[in-house]
Design a protein around this ligand. Structure first.
Ligand SMILES: CC(C)(COP(=O)(O)OP(=O)(O)OC[C@H]1O[C@@H](n2cnc3c(N)ncnc32)[C@H](O)[C@@H]1OP(=O)(O)O)[C@@H](O)C(=O)NCCC(=O)NCCS
Length: 178
């Protein structure tokens, strides 16, 4: 599967641009908020500066290797969140997103996710996307259902930031279902 070029995407209100190593500082600020990071199953809390910098430094390689496409979401030049497709393999990928708290409640996550789904199906050529959210994160569930995802199952999984098991609702969206 050919890898799409690293170029920004635009929506009505947002710029989605491929992440770079320089985005680690803003990501650290955003993930220093427990209300954000408690919902991210694999994230450390408090966030670790060295690990975050190493992770962002690898994003360009991940993209070119066809493993993950990650976008910083910008409003008027400021990064307010991140949306990504990762774990790309066998024509499938996993959709994720997180935003700083001051940006919540304005439809930004839905807008960014909708464009990223279009990108995943039309430009990356994926045939299906998976996603999931903690059972106590109904806003994320609302976004997924609104964008056409179908609830698959609910499983018990370890949450790194919380240090305990959570119930995770898992979803799938097929490229042909829209
Ligand atoms: C979840 C998150 C991405 C939502 O971002 P957002 O920009 O506020 O989302 P949107 O405004 O696009 O959509 C949220 C939807 O959930 C709804 N919603 C919000 N709180 C809700 C609640 N407690 N119960 C049910 N629905 C809720 C909103 O009304 C909206 O639905 P609508 O468009 O039909 O009105 C944001 O809160 C966040 O970054 N949280 C921390 C990280 C995170 O949870 N990431 C996802 C991990 S699975």
């Amino acid at each position: 599967m050919p890898v799409p070029s690293r170029r920004p995407l635009e929506t009505e209100r947002l710029l989605l641009r491929p992440t770079t190593a320089e985005d680690a500082g803003r990501a650290l600020e955003i993930q220093s908020d427990w209300q954000v990071t408690r919902m991210l199953r694999m994230a450390a809390f408090p966030p670790d500066r060295a690990a975050t910098e190493t992770w962002f430094s690898d994003h360009e390689r991940e993209w070119r290797a066809g493993e993950a496409c990650r976008f910083a979401v910008e409003i008027e030049g400021r990064m307010v969140g991140l949306v990504d497709i990762d774990e790309i393999a066998d024509g499938e990928g996993e959709l994720g997103y997180w935003f700083e708290r001051t940006a919540w409640g304005s439809g930004y996550a839905s807008e960014a996710a909708r464009e990223t789904i279009r990108f995943a199906f039309e430009e990356v050529g994926l045939s299906a996307l998976k996603s999931g959210h903690a059972e106590d994160n109904p806003a994320s569930g609302r976004i997924l259902v609104k964008l056409g995802f179908r609830h698959l199952d609910t499983v018990e999984r370890f949450s790194r930031p919380r240090g305990e098991n959570i119930r995770q609702r898992r979803y799938v969206l097929s490229a042909t279902s829209g």
